[in-house]
Design a protein around this ligand. Structure first.
Ligand code: ZN
Length: 160
């Protein structure tokens, strides 16, 4: 069957930056499994997978607008070290989870000063073009229960 809304799709993928750096890959692990059409994948990739069948291989370059968004300078803030967790090693490039107005978000330390750190709340992949090499491993229809739960059951998904 072809990938359409409410398909359960398993893909193997490698994600690289424009500079050729591998950002993420399913190699050596389980394929990524998702329900098509419910927002489980970034829109730019999901659109290209639509209509593809098992065994299909594709290369997709996704613009930031169709991936993790453009960078927003308002997401960068200077935080006094006194407000940071005690004993946390603060180095540029460090990432941790912080509670924000829209739930938990990943923030990255972008600058360290004597008494403060600069934190960037942009998604680490915001502003980047993403290059996917994808192979479709399997396609099947989602069960009623999976659609109700909004996630995949069985291999690559939830077991409960
Ligand atoms: Zn479930």
């Amino acid at each position: 069957m072809k990938i359409q809304e409410k398909s359960v799709v398993a893909i193997e993928y490698t994600l690289t930056s424009d500079e050729g750096e591998v950002i993420d890959s399913s190699e050596g692990g389980e394929p990524l499994t998702y329900i098509h059409g419910v927002g489980g994948l970034i829109p730019g990739l999901e659109r290209e997978l639509e209509g593809k069948g098992m065994g299909a291989m594709l290369k997709v370059r996704v613009a930031p607008e169709d991936a993790y968004g453009v960078r927003d300078d308002n997401q960068i803030a200077r935080v006094p070290k006194t407000q940071m967790p005690k004993g946390a090693p603060l180095e540029v490039g460090m990432q941790f989870q912080a509670a924000g107005p829209e739930g938990v978000q990943v923030v990255t330390v972008v600058k360290v000063e004597d008494d403060a750190v600069w934190l960037d709340g942009n998604h680490p992949l915001a502003g980047m073009h993403l290059n996917f090499a994808v192979t479709v491993v399997s396609v099947r229809a989602a069960t009623e229960e999976e659609l109700e739960h909004g996630h995949v059951h069985g291999p690559g998904g939830h077991h409960h």
